[in-house]
Design a protein around this ligand. Structure first.
Ligand code: CA
Length: 650
């Protein structure tokens, strides 16, 4: 008994003595540093790049139903560090082959005499990823995580580029949250969106010192997806899903078998925006969860709904779009909502046969519900239940369907992650690619689920059909996505319309596109998704400029490499993507004045002849052959709502 008390005193003394322990480790080139500390039993970390603080002293830790591990928690002695070198291939994101080099540092924390968790850090030269490994406590082999202390303190003077999280069970047919609220750009920190925080990824400008992107990856059925809650003073903390999501069903607090891992939280920093635009951290730290059941094919396609709306959901109109996709040399047609009642399963078999005869495949739309929203569009009740889902997928496989687009999911709870994962795993059994709409951000899913194609999780092209306001904001939004939403995951935007008006007649009525044709071409390069269903219409074969249609016929949907060239979120963007030997440089301008900038394009040879698509002051486009100067530079002039595309010559 006495001995035990002595031990306890000794433990208390040693914890007092190790108070304010601090550990520092660096990325491979030494510039990026993480400092971990435990002052006052409060685990914390900060991130410094080249001597500049990008994330100030920020809390770590989590509270569970088997103990509160946010305080009275101390660093254990010794840190296990190792260098990780890896190469992997992934056709479906911005860089097809990645060389990954990172320092891994494992910091163990104890409460009393028990190790409660490790915080595992991975540092590349520009990304920090970290996650918790939570340990069993005695015979307790499972827990519920009730909250996380995990936070990110942005330095004073930072501004934010954020998408507010919406409240649950609101919006169309009570389908929110679906990551479809408008961004605010260059706003001061210290707010909390609409009271519910912000959706990942979150971009910050570190005054004039650089940029910081915060996100999350590796989320699967074993945790929930989270958001960032904003606090006064520039602190943002991890928030779990809202109680009311999924119509109040399912807990916001993830359950975990022990030992268990949380998802990775990621921070990408840079003096310029290049590390943000080019980062692959969402995929670097994740791994495939199963093998692909076949070799999946991606590619471009069309969908009638974006221009033709519900009225276009007829057998004949879908056939016309199949012919159109065939004429464009595209891989697919996406058959959107209401096909079950307006075409029917039986006629769909005939339509799929017709498509196959033209070398075109079909994607079929499904409502995800279910008990979690009121969306009336069919087919319903096929994706929410494993038995119905697998039966439907078996039918799809029998008629050669390429993939599915599942809509209206609207929750980040663990129960929703189980639904996403169930749909993906089942679809793989039947050789189907999966696109999600009205959904959460994909968090590393390109690598984790080999048949995952893309997600909406953005105010996408449909809104330009719905409202003129979205058309008016098209360029502003296009100048945000390459820096925010699209940096961490494929974005199914469904854009690049060449119609002047969002209606089948392409005549005044409804909303009007105010961006140029070259802008549409540039967007096809700027927005990354391995499956692209463009907002093109059959009439574009005759009413759009031939050079624009020809460009859209050959634009790739999968890429080998990416380079940030120039830009500022919400104002303008110029970036380059490579497919094979060919580089595509694309830019758009949302500023009220024309963008005039000289850019260096080191991917081209000095004096190289390139093909340039550009706009005049009236947004009238043209294609011409031009030469770069000897310094591989070229002057760009991009009018408001206009674009530019430069492609390697043949
Ligand atoms: Ca949507």
């Amino acid at each position: 008994m006495i001995k035990k008390q002595l031990l306890l005193i000794a433990a208390l003394l040693s914890s007092a003595m190790t108070n304010a322990a601090e550990k520092t480790f660096s990325g491979p080139d030494g510039k990026l540093q993480v400092v971990v500390s435990d002052e006052g039993g409060k685990p914390a970390y900060r991130i410094v790049y080249d001597g500049t603080t990008f994330i100030g002293e920020s809390p770590l830790g989590l509270a569970t139903n088997i103990g509160d591990f946010t305080s009275d928690v101390y660093l254990e002695e010794g840190t296990k560090t190792r260098l990780i070198e890896d190469t992997y291939e992934l056709a479906t994101m911005k860089r097809s082959k990645v060389r990954y080099k990172a320092t891994e540092a494992v910091c163990s924390f104890r409460q009393g005499e028990r190790t409660v968790y490790d915080v595992i850090f991975r540092l590349t030269d520009r990304d920090v990823a970290f996650r918790y490994k939570v340990y069993p406590q005695g015979n307790t082999l499972c827990c519920t995580v009730t909250s996380e202390a995990t936070g990110f303190l942005l330095p004073e003077g930072s501004t934010s580029f954020l998408c507010p999280q919406s409240k649950p069970m609101e919006g169309f047919a009570r389908t929110s949250p679906s990551y479809e609220t408008p961004y605010s750009a260059d706003e001061p920190t210290g707010k909390n969106g609409r009271g519910e925080g912000y959706t990942f990824p979150c971009l910050f400008r570190n005054a004039d010192k650089g940029w910081t992107l915060i996100s999350e990856t590796g989320v699967d059925s074993r945790y929930c997806a989270s958001r960032l809650l904003g606090h006064e003073g520039g602190l943002y903390t991890i928030g779990f899903p809202q109680e009311g999501e999924f119509n109040g069903n399912g807990t916001p607090c993830p359950g975990m078998a022990l030992p268990g891992y949380t998802p990775w939280r990621t921070v990408t920093v840079g003096k310029t925006l290049a590390p943000i635009v080019e980062t692959t951290v969402a995929f670097d730290v994740t791994e495939p969860l199963y093998a692909p059941s076949r070799k999946y094919e991606y590619g471009c396609g069309t969908w009638s709904w974006i221009i033709g709306g519900d009225a276009s959901m007829t057998y004949d109109e879908q056939k016309r779009y199949i012919d159109f996709s065939a004429a464009m040399g595209y891989r697919s047609v996406l058959v959107d909502a209401l096909w079950d009642s307006r075409i029917g399963h039986e006629k769909m078999e005939e339509l799929a046969r017709y498509a196959a005869s033209k070398g075109v495949g079909l994607y079929l739309w499904y409502n995800s519900n279910g008990y979690w929203n009121d969306a009336p569009q069919g087919p319903r009740g096929r994706m929410d239940n494993i038995i119905a889902r697998r039966k439907e997928m078996k039918w799809m496989k029998s008629i050669g369907i390429l993939g599915i687009k599942v809509d209206f999911i609207g929750s980040d709870k663990q129960a929703a992650m189980q639904l996403y994962e169930g749909i993906l795993a089942d679809a793989n059994d039947f050789g189907l690619l999966v696109i999600f709409h009205g959904c959460t951000l994909p968090r590393g899913w390109e690598r984790m689920y080999p048949n995952y194609a893309s997600s909406e999780a953005v105010l996408a092209s449909e809104n330009m059909n719905f409202s003129q306001g979205s058309c008016d904001a098209e360029a502003f939004n296009a100048c945000l996505h390459p820096f925010v939403r699209n940096t961490v995951g494929s974005m199914d935007f469904g854009g690049s319309a060449l119609n002047r008006y969002y209606n089948a007649a392409n005549r005044p009525g409804g909303s009007r596109r105010i961006t140029s044709d070259v802008f549409a071409l540039a967007a096809a390069v700027l927005f990354q998704s391995p499956v692209q269903h463009f907002a093109l219409a059959p009439n574009n074969l005759t009413d759009a400029p031939a050079w624009a249609v020809d460009f859209m016929k050959q634009v790739p949907s999968t890429w080998d490499d990416i380079r940030f060239i120039d830009g500022y979120p919400g104002k303008y963007v110029v970036l380059a993507r490579r497919k094979g030997q060919r580089w595509y440089v694309a830019g758009v301008n949302a500023q009220p004045e024309p963008l005039k900038v000289k850019v260096k394009l080191p991917m081209f040879a000095p004096g190289e002849e390139v093909v340039r698509y550009s706009d005049d002051k009236e947004l009238k486009g043209k294609m011409e052959t031009v030469r770069l100067n000897k310094n591989q530079e070229i002057s760009l002039s991009v009018p408001t709502n206009g674009g530019v595309v430069i492609v390697s010559g043949s």
